[in-house]
Ligand binder design. Structure first.
Ligand code: GLA
Length: 401
């Protein structure tokens, strides 16, 4: 057993006085490229990381139709009746959630899954009272999708124990609904898809319009490479401010161009977009449109030449986020610039921005040198020391025991 599995099991025993029916887990993710493209119906290329959230779960024998959640994030468990979930959610914009935020993730999943099953005329599934204990080693606030990891673990467990029979893509949609409507963060579907569908040593090329996926083998280790995560320790929350504003700019841009979403705008349309829009809206649009193209280019380059050749695309992506989309912060720019100066092949911030982590694609034997350079630069700038570690693309959600 991993330490996180042990912790979740122990928490379940404390909560219920018995062993769980099983353990389910789901990972965090790093996005290789394709940022703020998911809610524009565009393309993304994330991969699952080794850090996982574990849910120890058991059906309740008292059969009173109640769901109870406990987590290492909080001292007290939260318990509600399954019937009450429809009163708790959806949470209206600006409204205080009726449960603590950490509990809104698993309870939101239970709510969304129960609703999905209610609309499918009941074939064979059985929604019953349940106890859920959650432990995680995915860093919170680092832009590594700790929330999608919780949603993925809870959704996988409930799918099995309620005999729901949904596939991974359907479970990712359940997770996204929990995130959007129970937690109130207006995010896209990238994180949930990456967490559900991850595979060792591969990235997931996802078309966020059709939800079709292709695995793109990365061959990172065979090529003598490593991916270094540089967590700036600057925390962010996507339920607030900047993320929402960027989304609104993208919607405005699509409306001005007369299309359903920015997916339908190509690089060739940008001169016309520039004529039609104010400068800020145009730069937001230019980021999304060029970023979609960079995802397509990255997939092609990985397939034709290998991961070693994608460095310039990563660098261009970061510049676009820094200058056009304006979601970087000085700590992220420093991490990227210093990693590149220390020999990284490419580097960019990953995730929603306004803090969180950057990644660098580096030679495997340069991990120490690049880490030292980044640590020294952070110290010299008076920034909080970063948290640096390498990740390998890993498996998505599954039942562990
Ligand atoms: C967050 C959101 C995702 C995506 C990224 C930006 O991680 O959860 O849906 O929009 O930001 O690419």
């Amino acid at each position: 057993m991993t330490r996180t599995q042990d912790t979740a099991s122990a928490l379940f025993r404390d909560l219920t006085g018995r062993e769980p029916d099983g353990l389910w887990s789901s990972p965090g993710r790093v996005n290789l490229i394709g940022e703020h493209t998911d809610y524009n119906d565009g393309f993304v290329l994330p991969f699952a990381i080794p850090h996982r959230t574990v849910a120890a779960v058991g059906l309740r024998d008292d059969d009173r139709g109640r769901v109870r959640v406990a987590s290492t994030f909080a001292a007290e468990p939260v318990e509600v009746a399954l019937d009450e979930l429809d009163e708790l959610f959806p949470t209206s914009t600006g409204e205080e959630p009726a449960v603590p935020e950490w509990a809104a993730y698993p309870l939101g999943v239970a709510w969304a899954l129960r609703q999905a099953l209610a609309s499918t005329d009941g074939a064979g599934h059985s929604v019953r009272g349940i106890d859920i204990a959650i432990a995680s080693d995915v860093l919170v606030g680092a832009g590594l999708s700790s929330s999608a990891a919780i949603e993925g673990a809870a959704a996988s467990a409930l799918n099995d124990l309620w005999d729901a029979g949904l596939d991974r893509t359907a479970l990712a949609r359940i997770g996204r609904r929990a995130e959007n409507e129970a937690v109130g963060a207006p995010t896209g579907i990238m994180d949930q898809m990456a967490s559900m569908l991850g595979e060792p040593d591969a990235a997931i090329f996802l078309d966020c319009r059709s939800l079709e996926t292709q695995l793109v083998p990365l061959g990172i280790a065979e090529a003598g490479l490593a991916i270094l995560v540089m967590d700036t320790q600057v925390t962010h929350a996507h339920s607030t401010g900047g993320y929402r504003e960027r989304r609104a700019s993208c919607e405005l841009g699509a409306e001005i161009m007369g299309v359903a979403s920015l997916r339908d705008v190509s690089v060739g349309d940008l001169p016309r977009a520039e004529e039609l829009m104010d400068d800020v809206t145009f730069r937001r649009v230019r980021h999304v449109v060029t970023e979609n193209q960079r995802v397509l280019d990255t997939v092609r380059v990985v397939r034709e030449q290998g991961a070693r050749a994608i460095g310039d695309l990563l660098v261009a992506s970061h510049a676009s986020m820094r200058d056009d989309f304006e979601i970087s912060v000085p700590e992220l720019d420093t991490a990227v610039d210093v990693a590149l100066a220390a020999g990284a092949l490419g580097a960019r911030m990953t995730g929603g921005g306004f803090g969180g982590a950057a990644i660098a694609l580096i030679e495997a034997d340069a991990v120490e040198a690049v880490s030292e350079a980044v640590n020294a630069a952070f110290a010299a700038s008076g920034f909080t020391a970063p948290n640096l570690f390498t990740v390998t693309p890993s498996a998505g959600a599954h039942r562990d025991a």
